[in-house]
Design a protein around this ligand. Structure first.
Ligand code: NAD
Ligand code: WQD
Length: 336
């Protein structure tokens, strides 16, 4: 298939490019590089030994979208381009709605113009909000607790209505849990441009000496060791899910959400211990008050993805920590 990948230079996008090219898909990237480096694409080209075209452009700009659609004529789009920092979304709600909802709307219009009717969308488990029950299945109520989460849910709704209005269209809504880890080559990985918001890259930067210690955001949750539990998913498993979702989209119509997680969760303290084992160093920690808006536990029921897409996670926690360490220790300054 000819696949246009918006946000393809980002953390999840870059890993997905390699999986797509490995499966023989023709790939084109559309990225503004607002949160990524062009160096990523050089590394993907070297690792895949394949042909990859790219367009620099913003998904909010009609001309950039039209140029990519006309030049590449995709059969399907994977839509990663978006903003993802929960805290920042509270300070800049309009900016987040503009990119995450407006960008999706513009993309669909551009797809309609060239008759491209299949899209895989990067949604998030954050659309569920405070758990009514766990594990979350796709029928769990969606009541996101952040602006970021509401932009993702709103984009899901736009995609669902778009698919409903034309029975030939397909929108696969992948609700990712907590992506971590790196490609086994250690050549591509997560490269936060600022102080990391997320746990894994923060631990990795402590291990490499860039930060003095990890703040554990609360140890008084109703969990076995008091720290927050998450369903961490290896980014290569997540990337594989996109390739399998494309196969699903080839023979299905309509919009459908799928949880992409492992069905196993780990606490902050368990993640720290696992990382210490991988890097052979102690990670200094300090317990601080809870982070506003955090949930005690998250856990995926990923049985729908297994039953309908044929996808399930194969990587272990050790794979997640070892690959993160391999990437961080060989690229202490990311792509710089
Ligand atoms: P990322 O920031 O590494 O990648 C996003 C990419 O999109 C970047 O290359 C960035 O430059 C590009 N981009 C941003 N705004 C753009 C715009 N207006 N036009 C064109 N390109 C633009 O993030 P990621 O972790 O790879 O996440 C990818 C997607 O997955 C996002 O939509 C995010 O909301 C979603 N998601 C991420 C996580 C996570 O924890 N990483 C979890 C659930 C969902
Ligand atoms: C994991 C656990 C923290 C950092 C966020 C978004 C979500 C999704 C994934 C995009 C929690 C604890 C963290 C630190 C800590 N992104 N923690 N010290 O909050 O589950 O999800 O990223 O869609 O939408 O909300 O992930 O990695 O920030 O936190 O103690 O320095 O680690 O409290 O329990 P989160 P996270």
């Amino acid at each position: 298939m000819r696949v246009l990948v918006t946000g393809g230079a980002g953390y999840i996008g870059s890993h997905t490019l390699l999986e797509l090219m490995g499966q023989g898909h023709e790939v084109c990237v559309l990225d503004s590089y607002i949160n990524s480096s062009k160096e990523v694409l050089n590394r993907v080209r070297t690792l895949s030994n394949g042909h990859l075209t790219d367009h620099e452009g913003d998904v909010r700009h009609t001309a950039a979208l039209d140029r990519a659609m006309d030049d590449f004529a995709p059969d399907a789009v994977i839509h990663f381009a978006g903003l993802k920092a929960v805290g920042e979304s509270e300070e800049d709600p309009l900016g987040y709605y503009d990119v995450n909802v407006g960008g999706t709307l513009g993309l669909l219009k551009a797809m309609d113009r060239v008759g491209c009717g299949k899209i895989i969308f990067s949604s998030s488990a954050t659309v569920y909000g405070e758990p009514v029950y766990l594990p979350y299945d796709e029928a769990h109520p969606t009541q996101p607790t952040s602006v970021y989460g509401r932009t993702k849910l709103m984009a899901e709704n736009v995609l669902t209505d778009w698919a409903k209005a034309n029975p030939q269209k397909t929108a696969v809504l992948l609700r990712y849990f907590n992506p971590v880890g790196s490609h086994p080559s250690a050549q591509i990985g997560e490269d936060p441009s600022d102080i990391p918001n997320n746990l894994m890259p923060f631990i990795a930067q402590v291990a490499v000496g860039k930060r003095s210690h990890l703040s554990i955001f609360g140890d008084d949750y109703d969990t076995p060791d008091g720290t927050g539990q998450r369903d961490y998913i290896h980014v290569v498993d997540l990337a594989r899910a996109h390739v399998m979702a494309l196969d699903y989209a080839a023979s299905h119509q309509g919009a459908r959400p799928f949880n992409i997680g492992t069905g196993q969760n780990y606490s902050v303290k368990e993640m720290v211990s696992a990382f210490e084992k991988a890097c052979g160093k102690q990670i200094p920690t300090k317990v601080t008050p809870r982070r506003a808006g955090d949930i005690a536990s998250m856990l995926a029921d990923a049985s729908r993805a297994k039953a309908e897409i044929g996808w399930s996670a194969t990587h272990t926690l050790d794979d997640m920590t070892a690959s993160t360490w391999a990437w961080q220790s060989t690229n202490p300054n990311g792509y710089d």
